[in-house]
Design a protein around this ligand. Structure first.
Ligand code: KG4
Ligand code: ZN
Length: 340
């Protein structure tokens, strides 16, 4: 089987071709970051309009690079949610129409399932069951993954997501959108111990997160001071440490309480180097192992949508003819899939 996958849930337009036996044949991506930068965040209507412009050329390029004619495909998968509804609908309309025109089945993919399954693209994929720490711009969740499609949320954020906390504090430091990677770059030059920000909810039992207090703590730290390069780097370092420590402590707590040894970290924030090092060391110490997607598949892409789509296509999932997309879509409501 060979699948074409399309991603358009937020500000990345992407297309990929995945073959059941030969693996990933091509993946193409266009990031709208420049388009949204002037506004300091994603403008949904601009995102939708740009997906309309970019998706079809990306699909053409992915098929050409994969040496794949439309007739070689077994199905078309697309991100059906959760995400920006207008952006999702552009991918849904394109994917559903292509599948109809080519007489192929269409498969709806849950964006977060894509993130969770992205490490399966690596040569040494994680075993099931495992614990997943899903950390993106919109989500911060600890999920027990017993099989593909069998997800149980153990902990969630009460307010801001980890990526959002990175982005919002980066904005306070005057860094361009999206601030996460920029803040991480600055943090490398920060002095250890110059600032210490709270690790929210660590003193309480449970696996819930809360990151909204970090913005206030940073605002207080900056008050009355001149925002020079040293101050920025020191604050960036302390912000990164606070977020990483909190994520790592809760992930370890979840490994303890479930008795699982394997941790999968995915979503945009899993590209963070300090998070990777901290988790690898802490999980390694208790005899477990951490798996990540390769860096380019941590943030939004279509290769991960192809993995989830192929699993669901093989399991016999088929969409009706309507163009379906959902801004909200609980991951626990997905149907389990026997095997990839
Ligand atoms: O998964 P993703 O591409 O999009 C969503 O589905 O949200 O995640 C984007 C988020 C942004 O908040 C971005 O700032 C953050 O991931 N991010 C990082 C790093 N790279 C991306 N945060 C911290 N350190 C990084 N290196
Ligand atoms: Zn994402």
């Amino acid at each position: 089987m060979r699948i074409l996958a399309i991603e358009s849930s937020c500000d990345e337009s992407a297309a990929a071709v995945l073959d059941e036996n030969r693996g990933l044949l091509a993946h193409e991506l266009y990031s709208q970051i420049e388009l949204h930068r002037a506004y300091g965040g994603v403008v949904p209507e601009l995102a939708s309009r740009d997906h309309v412009r970019k998706l079809l050329p990306l699909v053409r390029r992915a098929l050409a690079r994969a040496g794949t004619a439309p007739g070689d495909l077994s199905g078309v998968a697309y991100t059906a949610g959760p995400g920006l509804i207008g952006a999702l609908l552009t991918g849904a309309a394109l994917a559903r129409s292509l599948a109809y025109a080519l007489n192929l089945p269409a498969v709806a993919v849950h964006h977060l399932e894509g993130h969770l399954l992205a490490p399966l693209l690596e040569p040494d994929p994680p075993p099931f069951p495992h614990l997943a720490l899903l950390v993106s711009g919109g989500h911060t969740q600890l999920i027990e993954v017993s099989a593909i499609g069998r997800y149980r949320i153990l902990g969630d954020t009460r307010d801001d997501a980890a990526g959002e906390a990175f982005d919002k504090t980066a904005k306070l430091l005057g860094l361009p959108y999206p601030g996460g990677p920029e803040l991480a770059r600055l943090a490398r030059h920060g002095a250890p111990g110059a600032f210490h920000f709270p690790r929210p909810m660590l003193d309480r039992p449970g696996l819930e997160f809360s990151f909204s207090g970090l913005k206030t703590a940073v605002l207080h730290a900056l008050r009355g001071r001149e925002l020079d390069a040293t101050l920025k780097a020191n604050v960036a370092r302390a912000v990164e440490e606070a977020i990483v420590d909190t994520l790592a402590a809760k992930a370890l707590r979840a490994l303890e309480s479930t008795g699982l040894a394997t941790l999968v970290v995915s979503g945009g924030v899993s590209a963070n180097q300090r998070l990777r090092e901290t988790l690898a060391e802490a999980v390694g110490r208790r005899g477990g192992r951490v798996y990540y997607p390769r860096t380019e598949f941590c943030t939004d892409n279509a290769a991960m949508i192809a993995v989830a789509g192929l699993a669901r296509l093989k399991a016999g999932e088929r969409l009706g003819l309507d163009i379906a997309a959902r801004a909200q879509w609980p991951i626990e409501s997905l149907a389990p899939v026997a095997s990839l």
